[in-house]
Design a protein around this ligand. Structure first.
Ligand code: CUA
Length: 511
C-alpha cells in the first residue's frame, strides 16, 4: 500500500512499476525525502540501499504519469528483493516468541523432565500413566498437525489473495460441495483417530484390578490421609509405601468431605466421595524402586486443603515386606533419644528398647537399636519431597528442654491425646479420629507431610497445631495457647513446655 503523501499521479506510477513480488512495502513521499519501509521504521534504512533510491528519485521527480521505463523496473526489482529479504528476517523475529513457547512446552512435556519437574504428569512409570501419557501424545500429534495445516493455509490465503490497489472484486461463489464434504469428512476421520484410543484407555483404567493386587484403603480426612493395608493389618498416615512390580489397588473413601487422591508421578487422580467407593489401580515399574514422590489432595476440601499432602515411597518387594512386617507390630522405642529443644541435634543418650513398649531402666548398657524393619533411606529424599515449612514464630517454646521418653509416655497416656490417636503397644491410646501414631518416629513428616518430623517442629505442633495448620482438628494443647475450637486460651489440662518436650521425645522414639 502507498501512503497518502504521494500524489495520485505518482502513486499510480509507482503501482505500475512495482514488482509483483513486493510484499507490504510502503512508500512515503514528502517535499524533501522519500522513505521506504516495509512493516516498520527499523526496516527503512535497509530499503534505501543500493540502486533503489536513485531510481525512485528519478521516478518521483517526474510530476506526471511517466511512460514505462525499463531502467526503473531494474531499480524496483532490486529494491523489492532487498525488502523481501528484510521482511523474512522480521517474520522470523516475530515468530521467535512462538517458537520459544513451543520449545518450553515441549521441554515441560517431555518425560526427560522428571528430575527437573518432580511433579510432572508426563510419565511412563506405571501402565496407568503410560496409557494416559500415550493418549496425550496422540492428541498432541493430531492437534499439532491440524494447527500447522490450518495456519499454513491461513497465511497462504492472506498473502496470496490480499487486496491490491486496482485489483478487481473477487469472484463470488455460493457453496462448494467438494469443499464442504472435505471439511466434514477430515475432522470426522481425525475424531475417529482420537476416539478409539480414548475409549480404549477409559475401559482399561476403569477395569477391575487383578485379584492378587496389593489392597490399600485410602481414607481422606480434613486434612490428612489415612492408609490401611488390610492384607497386612497395617494402619498408617500420610506416608505411603508401595512395592514396585506389584499392582496396587487403592480403595478410596472419605470420612468427611470430598477429597481427591493424586500422585502426579504415578498417575491418577481420583475423587474420594462420601457415599461411594472409588478405585484406582496402577503398577509402579521396577525402575521406580527407591523413589520418594509427592502426593496431594486436588479437590478443594476446606481451609487446609493446600496442606493436605502425603509422601509415597516406592520400594522393592523385599523392602516392602520388611517394612510391612514391622509396621504390623506394636511400636518399639528407637535406640536414640531425641535432642533437647533448641540444641543442635546430637546423640543425647541411649534408651533401652523392648518389644513391649516399656522403656527399660538399664539405660547404660543398651545401645543396640531395636530391629525396626525397612525405612525409606533419608538420603533418597530430595528437596522436592522434604517439607520446608517452619512453625510460626508466634509459638514460643522454652529452649534447652530435654524430653524424657518414659515421662512422655506417661504424660501422653493420661492426656487428651489418647482420645484421638492410636499407638499399638500403648493400651491407653486407642483413638481413631486422628492419625495412627504407632510408628510415628519412623516417619519423615507430620501434619499431612507439611512439616519435617523434627523435635523443633513437633513440640510446637503439640503446643499449638491450629497455628501451624489452619483449621486443624488437633486442638492447641500448650498452656496459655489460644485454642480456636473453644475461642479461649488453654488453662485446664494444658501441658507445660517440659511435658510437651517429653511427649515429643516419646512420639519420636516410636519406631
Ligand atoms: Cu482434601 Cu483438598
Amino acid at each position: 500500500m502507498f501512503a497518502d503523501t504521494a500524489s495520485v499521479s505518482r502513486r499510480s506510477h509507482l503501482t505500475g512499476t512495482r514488482s509483483p513480488d513486493l510484499v507490504g512495502v510502503t512508500v512515503v513521499v514528502d517535499e524533501m525525502t522519500i522513505s521506504v519501509f516495509s512493516g516498520g521504521q527499523s526496516a527503512a534504512r535497509t530499503c534505501w540501499a543500493g540502486t533503489v533510491v536513485p531510481s525512485l528519485q528519478v521516478l518521483l521527480g517526474e510530476s506526471t504519469l511517466a511512460p514505462h521505463d525499463p531502467s526503473q523496473d531494474l531499480g524496483m526489482a532490486s529494491f523489492s528483493r532487498s525488502c523481501r529479504i528484510h521482511s523474512g528476517a522480521q517474520i522470523l523475529r516475530g515468530l521467535a516468541p512462538v517458537a520459544l513457547t513451543a520449545l518450553l512446552f515441549l521441554g515441560v512435556a517431555s518425560t526427560a523432565g522428571a528430575q527437573q519437574y518432580p511433579n510432572t504428569t508426563f510419565n511412563y512409570t506405571t501402565e496407568m500413566n503410560e496409557a494416559v501419557t500415550h493418549l496425550w501424545d496422540q492428541l498432541l500429534f493430531w492437534a499439532t498437525l491440524v494447527f500447522v495445516i490450518v495456519e499454513v493455509g491461513i497465511l497462504y490465503i492472506i498473502f496470496k489473495f490480499k487486496a491490491r490497489p486496482d485489483s478487481p472484486d473477487p469472484k463470488q461463489v455460493h457453496g462448494n460441495t467438494a469443499l464442504e464434504i472435505a471439511w466434514t469428512a477430515i475432522p470426522a476421520v481425525i475424531l475417529a483417530f482420537i476416539t478409539v484410543p480414548t475409549v480404549k484407555t477409559i475401559f482399561m483404567t476403569q477395569a477391575k484390578a487383578p485379584a492378587d493386587a496389593l489392597q490399600v484403603e485410602v481414607i481422606g480426612h480434613q486434612w490428612w490421609w489415612e492408609f490401611r493395608y488390610p492384607q497386612y493389618g497395617i494402619t498408617t498416615a500420610n506416608e505411603l509405601y508401595l512395592p514396585v512390580g506389584r499392582t496396587v489397588n487403592f480403595k478410596l473413601n472419605t470420612s468427611d468431605v470430598l477429597h481427591s487422591f493424586w500422585i502426579p508421578r504415578l498417575g491418577g487422580k481420583r475423587d474420594l466421595i462420601s457415599n461411594r467407593t472409588n478405585y484406582l489401580w496402577m503398577t509402579p515399574r521396577d525402575s521406580m524402586a527407591l523413589k520418594a514422590l509427592n502426593g496431594s489432595c486436588t479437590e478443594y476440601c476446606g481451609e487446609s486443603h493446600a496442606n493436605m499432602k502425603f509422601r509415597t515411597f516406592t520400594v522393592t518387594k523385599e523392602q516392602f515386606a520388611s517394612w510391612a512386617a514391622h509396621q504390623k507390630g506394636p511400636a518399639v522405642y528407637g535406640a536414640v533419644t531425641p535432642p533437647a529443644v533448641g540444641v543442635t541435634p546430637a546423640v543425647a543418650g541411649a534408651a533401652a528398647t523392648t518389644k513391649s513398649g516399656q522403656v527399660g531402666t538399664e539405660l547404660a548398657d543398651a545401645p543396640t537399636p531395636a530391629p525396626v524393619g525397612f525405612v525409606f533411606p533419608r538420603e533418597k529424599l530430595d528437596a522436592s519431597t522434604m517439607p520446608t515449612a517452619t512453625p510460626p514464630s508466634s509459638i514460643a517454646f522454652t529452649a534447652g528442654l530435654t524430653g524424657d521418653v518414659e515421662r512422655g509416655r506417661q504424660v501422653y497416656s493420661r492426656s487428651s491425646c489418647i482420645g484421638c490417636h492410636k499407638i499399638s503397644g500403648n493400651p491407653m491410646s486407642a483413638g481413631v479420629l486422628g492419625p495412627n501414631l504407632t510408628h510415628f518416629g519412623s516417619r519423615y513428616t507430620f501434619g499431612s507431610a507439611v512439616y519435617e518430623n523434627t523435635t523443633e517442629n513437633l513440640v510446637r505442633w503439640i503446643k499449638n497445631a491450629p497455628a501451624m495448620k489452619p483449621g486443624s482438628l488437633m486442638p492447641a494443647i500448650g498452656n496459655g495457647e489460644y485454642n480456636p475450637a473453644i475461642k479461649a486460651k488453654v488453662t485446664m489440662g494444658g501441658l507445660s513446655d517440659q511435658q510437651i518436650a517429653d511427649v515429643a521425645a516419646y512420639l519420636l522414639a516410636l519406631k
